[in-house]
Design a protein around this ligand. Structure first.
Ligand code: FE2
Length: 257
């Protein structure tokens, strides 16, 4: 965890850009997801096709007051499709840190702008990020940046000290019958206790090893908790076609350069 690595100005710019994207995409989302009868298939497709797009994903709980406060996250390719997100994702400190932690030729696979909206921001259950970005050999690393102060009250991350040594328990992949499936790799569940809060002032970078178990609780406070996460994998690692997140050939994977 590197406190205040990113400037407050850069965090504010990204937050404003996220708000602009939501304003632009409001109609598109309502049309694509809420007004169809085949809700499950539509929301599955919405998710599965998002690896090379910029899409909104909504909270399960609804806040009737504003549109913005219904958004759970934006994903999953802003880092390649939106100039402001692209530049933020490739700031010098991030590239330097990727090199320092021994990544050889990382590619930016996925980006998420995560809202923990006041009062309704949902929990994220304990998981390992390599479950969602599986490679052989395992190579996923998350660059999680607090865009606003993350505290125990507004749903900061909790992680298991030393947990990067835990074997990967599950793989989240495309199901042959459509939709997605969680496939068990290990019978034993992830530890349930021993997690510590990672309170992170705005601009703090939290590096997440792909095997590190972590979670975040719901935000029941009135204070928003926005964060931005970019996940990288090694270009040389095998990235299975069964992974949930795929991108078309027309959008090439790029590293930090
Ligand atoms: Fe995660």
């Amino acid at each position: 965890m590197l406190e205040k690595l990113i400037s407050a100005e850069a965090c504010d710019r990204l937050s404003r850009r996220a708000a602009e994207l939501i304003a632009q995409k409001k109609d598109e989302f309502d049309k694509a997801v809420f007004s169809t009868r085949d809700q499950e298939k539509t929301s599955n497709d919405w998710f599965l096709e998002s690896g090379d797009k910029i899409r909104l994903f909504m909270e399960e709980e609804k806040n009737p007051n504003t549109t913005r406060h219904r958004v759970n996250k934006i994903g999953h390719a802003m880092h390649d499709l939106d100039p402001e997100f692209a530049a933020f994702s490739r700031q010098a400190p991030l590239a330097d840190i990727a090199h320092d932690i021994g990544l050889q030729d990382p590619v930016l696979m996925q980006s998420m702008y995560i809202f923990k909206q006041p009062f309704i921001g949902g929990e994220v259950r304990v998981h390992q990020d390599s479950t969602f970005l599986f490679t052989e050999p395992l190579s996923c690393v998350g660059f999680w940046i607090a865009i606003q102060d993350a505290t125990v009250e507004n749903g900061c991350l909790f992680a298991l000290p030393g947990g990067q040594k835990e074997p990967l328990r599950e793989r989240f992949q495309r199901d042959e019958k459509g939709g997605t499936a969680l496939v068990k790799l290990e019978a034993s569940p992830l530890p349930e206790t021993g997690y510590v809060p990672l309170e992170a002032p705005r601009g703090t970078l939290v590096l997440l090893h792909g095997n590190l178990p972590h979670f975040s609780e719901a935000n029941r406070s009135g204070v928003p908790r926005e964060a931005y996460a970019v996940h990288v994998v090694e270009r040389s690692a095998d990235y299975p076609a069964s992974n949930w997140l795929q991108r078309g050939n027309e959008l090439a994977l790029r590293g930090f350069a």
